[in-house]
Design a protein around this ligand. Structure first.
Ligand code: COA
Length: 159
C-alpha cells in the first residue's frame, strides 16, 4: 500500500471525485441523499468534520462526522472497492474519532442499514458495539418561510 494522506475536504479540488466515489459505493435513491446536496449542506455548517483519504493525488476514501454538543455521529465512511481491507477505513475512522474527542465529544453513534450488516464486523474491530435501540427518523419538508407566519404580537401560528 502506498502512503495514505488524510486530507480536509476542499470543494474546488475534490467535489467531482467524491461524488463519483459515493455514487459508486452507496448508490442513492432519495433526493435528500444526493451527493452534491449532502456536500453543500455539510459545508454550510462549517464544522470541519469532513475528511478524505488520498493516495497519489487520488481520492480513495471519505468520512464525515457531526457533533451537536451531546453525541458525535459518523456518516459517509466509504473506501473504493479496490482499496478495501488495507486499513484505509480504520485510518479514516480513527482520525475522525480524534477530531470528535478534541471537540469534547464523549460518545459516538452510527447507524448501519440492515442490508449492510456485514460492515458491523468492521466497526466491532474498531471498538463499536451493537446497542439495543430502535432507530427512528422523520423527513422534513424543504424550509419555506411562507409556511410559518409570525404575528405582530409575537405569537405565531402555523399555516
Ligand atoms: C466499511 C469500509 C469503509 C471498510 O473499509 P476498509 O478500508 O476495507 O476497512 P479496513 O481495511 O480498515 O478494515 C478493518 C478491519 O475490518 C474488517 N472489515 C472491513 N470491512 C469488512 C466487511 N465488509 N466485512 C467484514 N469485515 C470487514 C477488515 O477485515 C479488517 O480486519 P483486520 O484489521 O483484522 O484486517 C468499506 O468496506 C466500505 O467502503 N464499505 C462500503 C460503504 C459502507 O458500508 N460504509 C459504512 C456505512 S455504515
Amino acid at each position: 500500500m502506498e502512503v495514505i494522506d488524510i486530507i480536509k475536504y476542499d470543494d474546488k479540488k475534490y467535489r467531482t471525485q467524491v461524488i463519483e466515489l459515493w455514487k459508486a459505493v452507496f448508490g442513492y435513491k432519495e433526493a435528500r441523499n444526493d451527493p452534491g446536496t449532502s456536500i453543500d449542506k455539510k459545508l454550510a455548517v462549517h464544522d470541519d468534520l469532513f475528511y478524505l483519504a488520498g493516495e497519489s493525488n487520488r481520492i480513495i476514501g471519505t468520512i464525515m462526522a457531526g457533533y451537536d454538543g451531546h453525541r458525535g455521529w459518523i456518516y459517509s465512511l466509504a473506501v473504493l472497492p479496490e482499496k478495501r481491507k488495507q486499513q484505509v477505513g480504520t485510518i479514516l475512522l480513527k482520525y475522525i474519532e480524534e477530531k470528535l474527542k478534541n471537540l469534547g465529544c464523549l460518545k459516538i453513534n452510527l447507524q448501519i442499514l440492515k442490508s449492510n450488516v456485514a460492515v458491523k464486523e468492521f466497526y466491532e474491530k474498531n471498538g463499536y458495539k451493537v446497542e439495543e435501540r430502535i432507530s427512528m427518523g422523520k423527513v422534513l419538508e424543504e424550509h419555506s418561510s411562507a409556511n410559518y407566519l409570525m404575528e405582530e404580537k409575537g405569537n405565531h401560528r402555523l399555516q
